[in-house]
Design a protein around this ligand. Structure first.
Ligand code: SF4
Length: 406
């Protein structure tokens, strides 16, 4: 998506080196029991040590046949991806669910907001199942509808709301998507954030005018896109902190701002630092650093290429044999990319592991439990968005689908 330089190649590819363990690595592995309590499952959740788990998953999957589709996000574990009919980012998976009206059940191996989007985009006859309800998204949880409504009230009181268009990243709750629909805004993905922002500014006088975008909930995607792609300055961006009165901003700051960024971030991509980039450049001559736009601005600034997970996958597919890469995104995906490209040297950008711990809540026991329950005629962990939110979220999603380039 964003290309800052040329790619060089090295002679002999190196094998992928696992980063060092960190506390996040331990979540979901029986080490931090308080954090793993999660939610109760009706019926018996298979034991992770059950030697027949894979066979049970195969049997349940075969029994469901065309009545179900299993969707697997790129950040899921290998043990889940092996059973996915489709893999992709959140938007591709939601689109895929909508394109399969014959599937009665959508077993969504991702996180809560993704399952909500699938429910919004599919028919009432289809039921979306999230195998573990504890699979949330820390970024989406950083913007509650109560906080965002209060934030909009602040913009209204200051007199800038009528010159402001809300844009929410796909990684937000259905209630936040509905908020943007109600206020004439749109949804964006990490692939189309530039197009969505240009459209939003066009509603209020253009990028060069004095209109504003209220960007939710990922401050980094908003800032990176505004500065790197639209030519706005860092000074044009302010951060609205929902934990402070009036977002921690003065009337003058709100009046002058062009991008009002919600104070949210991804706990996975937010870990990468400019030092990680400098370290890998010192360690690996000629390395190309490729990062996700949810990374901090200084990381994006220091990287060679920036793009969504789908872009990262395509970039590695198109890369020259012998080229060396350092990738700044979730570790499950980077591991699979390294396995798929033995002719290239692929490094993980961070020196310690960086899984999405909530995404990793979906494991084989939960998938087996969800599918076996469906086979037995019991729909578990169904995700349903209330009708009014679903309507307005659909308005915002349809606005996104009408943007050029999708
Ligand atoms: S990787 Fe980040 S944005 Fe994606 S689901 Fe995990 S916490 Fe949320």
């Amino acid at each position: 998506m964003w290309d800052h330089g040329d790619v060089t190649t090295t002679a002999v590819p190196e094998a992928f080196t696992e980063p060092a363990p960190s506390a996040l690595f331990l979540l979901g592995r029986g080490v931090d029991l308080a954090s793993e309590r999660g939610v109760e499952c009706v019926g018996a959740l298979p034991s992770p040590s059950d030697p027949d788990l894979v066979e049970r998953a195969r049997t349940a999957r075969a029994a469901l046949g065309g009545r179900a589709v299993v969707l697997g996000h790129h950040y899921q574990r290998d043990e889940i991806i092996q059973f996915a009919d489709v893999t992709g980012d959140s938007f591709k998976l939601a689109q895929n669910a909508a394109a399969r009206p014959e599937a009665e059940f959508i077993v969504f191996c991702g996180v809560h907001f993704m399952a909500e989007s699938a429910d919004i985009l599919t028919s009432d006859a289809q039921q979306v199942v999230l195998p573990d309800l504890a699979a949330g998204c820390s970024m989406a949880d950083m913007a509650t509808i109560h906080q965002v409504d209060e934030g909009w009230d602040v913009l209204t009181d200051v007199g800038v709301a009528e010159r402001t268009v809300p844009v929410t990243y796909m990684n937000s709750s259905a209630a936040i998507k509905a908020f943007t629909g109600r206020h004439g805004g749109t949804v964006c993905t990490s692939s189309n954030a530039e197009v969505a922002l240009r459209w939003a500014f066009d509603q209020v006088g253009g990028v060069d005018g004095d209109g504003k975008v209220f960007f939710l909930p990922d401050q980094h995607l908003g800032r990176n896109t505004a500065v790197e792609r639209l030519g706005l300055s860092l000074e044009d961006c302010v951060v609205f902190d929902p934990h402070k009165p009036a977002g921690g901003l003065t009337e003058e700051q709100l009046e002058r701002a062009r991008m009002i960024l919600w104070r949210g971030h991804c706990s996975v991509h937010g870990r990468f630092s400019a030092k990680n980039v400098a370290d890998v450049r010192a360690r690996v001559p000629g390395v190309t650093v490729l990062v996700h736009p949810e990374c901090k601005h200084e990381v994006v600034d220091a990287a060679d290429m920036v793009g969504s997970t789908e872009y990262i996958i395509r970039a590695l597919d198109a890369a020259e044999p012998g080229s060396a890469w350092a990738i700044g995104t979730e570790l499950n995906l980077v591991r699979r990319l390294a396995a798929a490209h033995p002719d290239k040297t692929i490094h993980y950008l961070d020196s310690t592991v960086c899984f999405c711990s909530t995404m990793n809540r979906i494991d084989l026991p939960h998938l087996v439990w969800a599918m076996e329950s469906l086979v037995e005629g019991r729909v578990v962990n169904r995700i349903v968005v209330d009708a009014d939110d679903a309507h307005w979220a659909r308005v915002a999603l349809d606005q996104m689908l009408a943007l050029p380039g999708l």
